[in-house]
Ligand binder design. Structure first.
Ligand SMILES: *[C@@H]1O[C@H](CO)[C@@H](O)[C@H](O)[C@H]1NC(C)=O
Ligand SMILES: *[C@@H]1O[C@H](CO)[C@@H](O)[C@H](O)[C@H]1NC(C)=O
Length: 280
């Protein structure tokens, strides 16, 4: 039986291994998992017809502000500013004063008393993880989390990418969820999974029955052949047990099939004209 244990679930396992191998090569914003016989794959940074940059902002960055706090970020990559770069002090960890914003993937600025704003790096492109928003509901979307270990604080930004197969909405507001931890959300088709339905429990009862029957038949043929070869000294094609019966089987099946057809069609039909007999 050992040789015939390849069911659909083995192929699925193989596909998953291949996918995992691909993903560990370009891990950012890609992952897959199986749940209830479905294979979910997310590939947020991959281009689609309507979104050639995937979930990445075409401008090179997203911008959102609440209560005087401004947050710039890019998803799955570092930020690029071709216009309107952040103007805040202390941009050291994110590109410095001349390239402010270009050295990290998320930056926050706060208005300090006195009228000027200070930059704080809250995410780097080396520190990005992607997860499901809700493990029970994989269709809801994914959350992209980035963080930066600063000199005094561990800062982070988590961006929920809610699945909507048709519409895109940028971030509307940003929430402060910890000392230096922020959260916002966007709606994007890239947050939707590709779902592959997979067969449950492999073969099902009918397939299992078929495999068992084939195994029994194969065992019978092999045992019969071994017995005839070694004990009866038979050589050649005749070592197959009951060869005559197996050779006549196609013919028997055919004639019983034809007698069935005859019974249904009635004797007047000329069934032979459309049937070319096969010789075995
Ligand atoms: C900083 O925060 C991120 C995300 O919250 C976490 O994954 C990481 O381990 C933290 N780093 C340290 C050094 O605490
Ligand atoms: C802005 O204010 C709201 C309501 O008080 C709060 O929930 C939110 O976290 C604040 N956002 C920031 C970035 O401070």
């Amino acid at each position: 039986m050992g040789l015939i244990e390849i069911g659909p679930e083995s192929y699925l396992g193989l596909i998953q291994i291949v996918l995992t191998a691909i993903h560990s090569g370009s891990a950012i914003c890609e992952f897959s998992f199986t749940q209830q016989n479905k294979l979910y794959t997310y590939s947020l940074a991959s281009p689609s017809e309507t979104f050639p940059h995937g979930v990445l902002s075409e401008d090179g960055y997203y911008k959102v502000s609440s209560n005087g706090t401004v947050v710039w970020f890019q998803l799955c990559d570092g930020m690029i500013f071709n216009h309107d770069p952040p103007r805040c002090f202390d941009c050291l960890e994110c590109g410095g004063q001349s390239r402010c914003g270009m050295g990290c993937s998320a930056l926050m600025s706060n208005n300090i008393l006195g009228g000027y704003s200070v930059c704080t790096t809250i995410g780097r492109s080396q520190n990005i993880t992607t997860n499901l928003i809700d493990k029970e509901r994989p269709g809801m979307g994914v959350v992209i989390e980035m963080w930066h270990q600063g000199s005094t604080l561990n800062c982070s930004l988590s961006v929920s990418v809610l699945c909507d197969s048709k519409n895109f909405h940028g971030p509307k507001s940003v929430e402060k969820v910890g000392l230096c931890n922020f959260a916002t959300q966007i709606t994007h088709p890239a947050g939707c999974a590709n779902v592959l339905a997979t067969k449950d429990s492999g073969l099902g009862w009918f397939g299992t029955l078929l495999v068992i029957l084939l195994c029994l038949f194969g065992g019978y043929l092999i045992a019969g052949a071994v017995y005839r070869f070694f004990y009866l000294g038979i050589r050649g094609i005749d070592i197959i047990p009951n060869l005559e019966f197996w050779a006549s089987l196609p013919h028997r099946v055919r004639s019983s099939f034809m007698s069935l057809v005859r019974r249904f069609r009635g004797p007047s039909q000329n069934y032979r004209s459309s049937y070319s007999p096969v010789d075995f």
